[in-house]
Design a protein around this ligand. Structure first.
Ligand code: LMR
Length: 424
């Protein structure tokens, strides 16, 4: 009886079409989301059949043949762990060993804070995950706070704090005319922000501008933060990519630590270990004492648990193995330098190539800026022409991912840039 009842219900549903309609109605009004300004560029690049196409959009390192790179130190670890990897859950806070090694990179090999267990730290889903976890933590424990974000910044920073429902304010950073830092305006904004404000700072290799404060300027920023009681949250997605030396690239953080700040840091191994798709990073918050650190870590874990429960194991094992083995670490440091140096070489080549064509504009900033990106100063319309006429893909803010420039495409790129900018 029951079976016949079910069957006739199915027939009735099919003939009326009611069930199908009812099932799909609630999301019928959902509109397509706007394309991501960075990852959307990759989609467009992949869809372009042109043999001449060039992708200088997403910040992902390529070798001089334009190919993605798996670092030698990573390959060695992969061979070592092949077949020995157990697939158990990591704890909610991730790999303790990976986190410990990661903290040393940011806070210093022998940092007292690590020994004193004053840092609350968890493995995160790369830098994005670390920023998001922090934003959620900020919302939960300082619900009335805002975040000051530099202009410009990595587009996803806005999404992260928006989705965490933390109101955003901005502070001056880039000076379009000089294509450098607007230090005076930046300092004014720090001074004028209410005491105890939260600021998002890029620790090095600022994305998208490639413009970092000098050491002296970092000292002044740190001093002013102290005077105002501001909280600094550092996004350090490019440690090693500014100078080629991760230790040197941690200077901004070390200055803040020397001045006695309690800070937060988002770290990522996407770029400096080439572990883009492994999603391995770390969120840390320096606390006053161990007791506070234990409490903060437990809250970070509680935020992670309903979101993704615990982070993935594979990338964390790669990182902890490399950093825990002096030989492998040496290879890694060399490889970071090779990547940074190739980018620096491409900056010179791009600038020389554009200048050789007789460009009436100054291209000094191409070599003055550092890290993975060149903030070219090109307008969205010029960027559109590059895409439509030359099959060259970059973000519409004129950011060029120097990691996508090679000896094979630099003159094509320079020529196209000259064509769209020469009459500006
Ligand atoms: C970028 O800025 O291109 C990278 O950080 C990749 C990303 O996720 O946006």
């Amino acid at each position: 009886m029951a079976f016949r009842g079910l069957a006739s219900w199915r027939v009735a549903r099919r003939s009326s079409g009611l069930g199908a309609r009812w099932m799909s109605t609630w999301w019928r009004s959902v509109e397509p989301a706007p394309k991501d300004p960075i990852l959307g560029v990759t989609d467009a690049f992949l869809a372009d059949p042109s043999p001449n196409k060039v992708n200088v959009g997403v910040g992902a390192y390529r070798d001089d043949n334009g190919k993605p790179v798996v670092l030698e130190c990573v390959r060695k670890v992969e061979r070592r762990i092949a077949g020995n990897l157990n697939m158990e859950y990591l704890p909610m806070g991730g790999s303790v060993k990976m986190v410990e090694e990661t903290l040393k990179l940011a806070y210093g090999e022998n940092a007292e804070f690590i020994n004193d267990k004053r840092i609350a730290a968890v493995q995160s889903l790369s830098g994005t995950g670390a920023c998001r976890l922090f934003a959620d933590f900020q919302k939960r424990f300082r619900p009335d706070s805002q975040i000051y974000i530099p202009v410009p910044t990595w587009a996803n920073h806005h999404n992260i704090w928006r989705d965490a429902e933390v109101p955003q304010r901005t502070f001056h950073y880039y000076h379009p005319e000089s294509r450098g830092l607007d230090f005076a305006a930046l300092m004014d904004d720090i001074k004028n922000a209410p005491n105890g404000s939260f600021f998002l700072l890029h620790a090095c290799a600022h994305n998208p501008t490639g413009v970092d404060p000098s050491e002296e300027q970092w000292r002044e920023i740190s001093y002013q933060f102290k005077a105002k009681g501001h909280f600094a949250f550092f996004d350090m997605a490019y440690q090693g990519f500014a100078s080629g030396d991760p230790e040197r690239d941690a200077k901004s953080i070390r200055i803040f630590l020397d001045d006695g700040h309690l800070i937060g840091i988002a770290q990522s191994y996407a770029k400096n270990m080439g572990l883009y798709g492994q999603r391995v990073g770390c969120l840390s918050l320096l606390c006053e004492d161990e007791k506070q650190a234990v409490a903060v870590k437990s809250q970070l874990q509680q935020l992670a648990r309903p979101m993704y429960s615990n982070p993935p194991v594979h990338g964390a094992l790669i990182v902890s193995t490399i950093l825990g083995d002096p030989e492998l670490k040496k290879i890694w440091l060399k490889e970071v330098k090779v990547m940074a140096d190739r980018i620096i070489g491409m900056r010179t080549a791009l600038r020389e190539n554009i200048e050789k064509l007789g460009s009436p504009l100054s291209w000094e900033h191409v070599t003055n800026q550092i890290g993975m990106f060149c903030y070219s100063g090109m307008t969205p319309e010029q960027v559109d022409r590059l895409r439509n006429e030359f099959h060259i893909y970059m973000t519409r803010n004129g950011r060029i991912s120097m990691a996508g420039v090679t000896t094979g495409n630099v003159s094509y790129l320079a020529n196209a840039i000259h064509e769209v900018t020469k009459s500006a």
